[in-house]
Design a protein around this ligand. Structure first.
Ligand code: ADP
Ligand code: ZN
Ligand code: ZN
Length: 742
């Protein structure tokens, strides 16, 4: 039983760390916990505050501490719930309470209302359709796209058009000068997507969709709230299911949060929600200013909206009567926070739903191994959509063995087959996407003759190449020198696997001088508009070939793309991370989904040195089930999540020696404090990026069967480093079940 409580009096401020300490009287010991609203003496007044933290450590003179007067009975305010959630996050992810509070509570911001611009269609329907025909005939694709959208929605927010529809400001201006549209300026900020005429909206669900909705809502009506995993291939109607569930939940007077990765929040998706729910829905995105975000949260709290759609942070929308949380594309890595607290939106959503009495629906075509495992073990309930709406065909997929190409004398990164198909598309005037699935910084070492990849003998992940001709394991720190010849086949074609988008652009331009080529990567998208500009240009048919990293495989629809080439599937297969096979399977499946969205069927070519690897074979066949079976066997054998749990501890310092000594000391302390075999300690080792802005980073990996075992280790280390002055200039941070790593 803690003796003291830290209380905040005003939670709408930036100064969340301004807490006051009170004694907990005996008779309130049982009811005081983080989030509870209490009456406290403050100066000579009585005020209301929220308990943030319980502690046994007195902040200053005990004799001057006052007692909490009472617990307010109506502790059901949404703030109570969110503060309790912050407490849970602090406990389970490791962070200060202040960090956790700042993550969950909307921080009051001045609303510097941006001017909102709206584009209105000035023509009548017949006239507009005639003009549309002209644009289509003249191949004015951007103008046609805009006019088509305005025929559906005669008023559209300008930002939606430029950012989501890939139509540039110049095109809007040209149409304005011709008297086709008018752009108006409104200062009153209401909703990020603006007011539109709400269209009548109804789709009859298929039997399969109906069964899913029925199952969830029958339970919901009986106050049974679970976590469901909805597995359904792209185009199987998941979004339609979400919307039906939401409609029923808000019909019953409750509210819903929908998490969608920002990149997947396309024009089509946003408009579908808006057409169905009109002004009851609000959409968060990273382009909103802090003030605008705050406004949306205030509207949610007041009950002016029922549905919030957005990326990770939309999870903390202060709905008083939350009934449903949906997480679409639940396998996406962007659901894991990379700043403190390093929470996972999936687990945090489940906890928030538990507190609120809400249900959770996780949806994906390629569920994360974690979620599928939980569905198999009965923690989540599995629901499936097995058929595509309209039975649209999946693209045809072929795998090219790059070792074979080398044997046949082709040393280019483009296989003969892929070259033929590109040639064919150029002739037909169709588009091609070439995709380089590069993640991470350090390259792995592989043999181009036999495909052998050098791995850590202890961790079964690829070793990373360092510039001193050594290879290093980023989990355990194991090292060995780079070999001169392949240890398996003796070939001298062994070395770091490197290929950049820039180099590929050069090769493609040389091989197809007639083709118009665009490249999209970190370099070409550095400024904010770069990204949208390239996508608009490609969508408008200004190029035949788009080369890019994984940013091109997600989200946007390009109906004229009929060929997707994955240049080196091995790039993601051999990153030194236990998720490598899972990411590869997901990326290949997504890349395949890019081909043939329009009328012509699509083709996919996957180039690899390891064509028999299970993640590539199963992706080719779109066979999730057998991918999962082999992947979970690997995780199980190596004690990786979800079969086991992992905690990474980071020690960072300006002094390399201090970081190293700290990490070593912690590893020793952990080894002394844990029971036999309960926790496996790996490392310390250099972090994947060992030095960032003159800060040295060392990591220790821990594996344990039970998550809570690792939480206890974290608690002990927090205590130990706080009390120990040799950790003064060492930052210690935690990451549970890492997704992106330190
Ligand atoms: P997913 O989210 O699984 O990719 P969507 O919900 O986007 O699938 O559905 C794919 C396409 O099928 C969309 O164009 C959608 O409007 C349409 N669709 C979905 N359900 C139905 C239905 N019951 N009747 C008619 N069309 C549907
Ligand atoms: Zn070899
Ligand atoms: Zn290792």
């Amino acid at each position: 039983m803690a003796k003291y409580a830290n209380v905040i009096v005003d939670i709408s401020l930036e100064k969340l760390d301004k807490t006051f300490q009170y004694k907990i009287p005996e008779h309130l010991q049982q009811v005081i916990r983080p989030g509870v609203r209490v009456k406290i003496p403050f100066g000579n007044r009585s005020m209301t505050g929220y308990v943030i933290e319980l502690t046994d450590v007195v902040a200053f003179d005990e004799t001057r501490l006052k007692e909490i007067t009472a617990v307010e009975q109506e502790s059901i305010a949404i703030e109570s719930q969110l503060i309790a959630l912050a407490g849970w996050m602090k406990k389970n992810y490791g962070a200060t309470m202040n960090h956790a509070l700042k993550t969950v509570l909307p921080i009051k911001q001045k609303s510097n209302h941006k001017e909102q611009q709206k584009v209105h269609l000035l023509l009548g329907e017949d006239e507009a359709r005639q003009l549309l025909d002209v644009f289509v005939k003249k191949h004015n694709t951007a103008r046609a796209r805009l006019l088509e959208a305005l025929l559906e929605h005669p008023v559209l927010e300008k930002e939606m058009i430029t950012q989501k529809l890939n139509v540039s400001g110049a095109v809007i201006k040209a149409l304005e000068e011709k008297g086709v549209v008018e752009v108006t300026h409104e200062t009153k900020y209401r909703n990020p997507i603006g007011r539109l005429e709400q269209k009548g909206y109804h789709k009859i669900l298929t039997g399969e969709q109906q069964n899913v909705v029925q199952e969830i809502m029958d339970n919901w009506d009986n106050d049974i709230h679970k976590t469901y995993l909805l597995k359904g291939i792209t185009g199987s109607g998941k979004t339609e299911v979400y919307m039906e569930l939401i409609a029923q939940v808000i019909e019953a007077g409750k509210q819903a949060i929908v998490l969608i990765p920002e990149i997947a929040l396309t024009y089509q998706t946003v408009m579908r929600f808006y057409d169905r729910f009109g002004d009851r829905v609000s959409i968060l995105n990273s382009r909103l200013s802090a003030g605008e975000r705050y406004d949306q949260f205030v509207r949610a709290k007041k009950g002016e909206i029922d549905i919030m759609i957005g990326p990770r942070s939309a999870l903390f929308t202060p709905f008083q009567k939350l009934g449903l949380i949906i997480i679409d594309e639940e396998h996406e890595t962007s659901y894991k926070s990379e700043t403190l607290p390093r929470y996972h939106a999936r687990e945090t959503a489940i906890e928030r739903a538990r507190m609120a009495g809400a249900s959770v629906v996780l949806g994906s075509a390629t569920p994360s191994v974690e979620s599928y495992y939980r569905a198999k073990t009965g923690e989540y309930q599995l629901l499936e959509l097995k058929h595509r709406i309209g039975e649209r065909k999946l693209p045809e997929c072929q795998v090219v063995d790059l070792r074979e190409e080398l044997r046949n004398g082709n040393r280019s990164i483009l296989s003969v087959r892929l070259q033929e198909l590109i040639e064919d598309r150029l002739k037909k005037g169709q588009q091609t996407m070439l995709f380089l699935n590069r993640r991470g910084v350090a390259g792995f070492v592989s043999c181009r003759s036999c495909g052998h990849v050098i791995k850590c003998p202890h961790c079964d992940v690829s070793l990373s190449q360092h510039n001193n001709h050594r290879m290093v394991c980023h989990y355990c720190g194991y090292q060995e020198p780079e070999p001169a010849v392949c240890p398996v086949c003796g070939s001298r074609y062994i070395g770091g696997f490197k290929a950049g988008t820039q180099k590929i652009e050069m090769i493609v331009k040389q091989r197809f001088p007639q083709a118009r080529v665009l490249r999209m990567d970190m370099d070409t998208t550095r400024n904010k508009e770069g990204h949208e500009k390239i996508l608009s240009a490609f969508a408008n048919g200004e190029a035949d070939i788009l080369i890019g990293t994984q940013m091109i495989v997600k989200g946007h629809d390009f109906p004229n793309v009929t060929l997707v080439g994955v240049l080196a599937a091995d790039m993601s297969l051999h990153v030194s991370d236990y998720h490598a096979a899972e990411r590869t399977f997901q990326l290949l499946t997504q890349a395949a989904g890019r081909a043939g969205r329009g009328k012509s069927p699509g083709e996919v070519v996957i180039q690899t040195y390891d064509p028999t690897h299970y993640s590539i074979e199963t992706a080719k066949e779109q066979d999730y089930e057998s991918f999962y079976k082999q992947e979970i066997a690997f995780r199980s054998m190596m004690s990786y999540p979800p079969v086991s749990n992992m905690l990474v501890i980071l020690c960072a310092s300006k002094q390399e020696g201090h970081a190293a000594a700290g990490a070593k000391d912690l590893a020793t302390k952990i080894a002394q404090s844990v029971k036999n075999n309960e926790v496996k300690i790996i490392g310390p080792a250099d972090a994947a990026i060992a030095k960032v802005q003159d800060i040295y980073k060392k990591v220790i990996y821990l594996k344990a069967k039970e998550y809570q075992t690792l939480v206890q280790v974290k608690d002990r280390i927090e205590q130990y480093t706080k009390d120990n002055c040799s950790y003064k200039d060492i930052t210690v941070q935690f990451d549970f079940n890492p997704v992106n790593g330190f």
